[in-house]
Write a protein that binds this ligand. Sequence first.
Ligand code: NIG
Ligand code: FE
Length: 390
Amino acid sequence: MSSLLVTNVGELVTNDPERDGLLGVLVNAALVVEGGTLAWVGPAADAPAADEHVDAAGRAVLPGFVDSHSHLVFAGDRAPEFAARMAGTPYAAGGIRTTVAATRQATDEQLTAHVARHVAEMRRQGTTTVEIKSGYGLTVLDEARSLAVARQFTEETTFLGAHVVPAEYAGDPAGYVSLVTGPMLEAAAPHARWVDVFCETGAFDADQARAVLAAGEAQGLRGRLHANQLGPGPGVRLAAELGLTAVDHCTYLEDADVDALRDSGTVATLLPGVEFSTRQPYPDARGLLDAGVRVALATDCNPGSSYTSSVPLCIALAVREMGMTPAEAVHAATAVGAQALDRDDVGVLAPGKRADFLMLDAPSHVHLAYRPGVPLVVGAWLAGRAAVAI
Ligand code: NIG
Ligand code: FE
């Protein structure tokens, strides 16, 4: 088993709570990987020898990004819908059905190739852990195969049969919820870790969401929710009441929602690519952080509301538009992203953790927001193996 030393790291973001500051930054640092996990982290001058050696030449090294929310299993795109939005047409959840039609037409091979392309795109931008949802199949077979495709790329797969009511059930939403909680869940569960519901006007209400989450939990899936994306609603409070790990979007919040999130400890995952791509107001990250809520950032990569695979873009938007400091945004896209997936092995660079990290062609994490749109990630390692070569 060969070991790897990465040394001359100008700034090492560890997120280690044992170290100083939110990011636990070490300057002039080094790390050593053995067998896929971190064996040693500390000052470069004290680093032990290793079989292989990477010289960071003063660049910054960070935990790999944990993108805790994406919808990569789809076919086609919706560029005309985006163009129309930019000309004034509002975003509507109904656009999901366009992608459902294209996804049902695609072969397993086409879907797999499509996910592979997007995961590679994410890796190049520093994402080392990605969650992938179903939700563009909406039949028993298409949801199960969407998750089987996603499972080839990540353990963090989420059953989102309750994305919208598909056209063929338009007159019978209760019948669709029965399908989702019955045969669809049964077919999906072997391929999924999580169950999710789009709890929003035009999608599913709180009672339907409760039913889907309860059925999922009975099959061993943990719950998470899409909520308060398009307007105020009951979803965030439901997530807090049920003690879910994370509730995502959180764009339209009332004081009671913020209080509930703070009291429950449920992670609020903010997805600024959505507000960028729909011209909606950005969520109030500053208010949430000041209230003591745990805030994660993720891309929501999907062809409708947020067709970006770029965590660096989300960090830059969160800093510029949502009142987060660069340190808070980086923490939200790494350590808190891991918390949003109930993972304690990633998002932190400390001995015993997975050696998932990235290197920037920049001296500090601040450059992720300071140099928006610049491809700064020059290396990414998954369990100590170079996934993006420097
Ligand atoms: O997370 N909110 C629901 N689902 C996606 C959008 C899906 C689409 O428009 O295709 C989201 O934003
Ligand atoms: Fe989403």
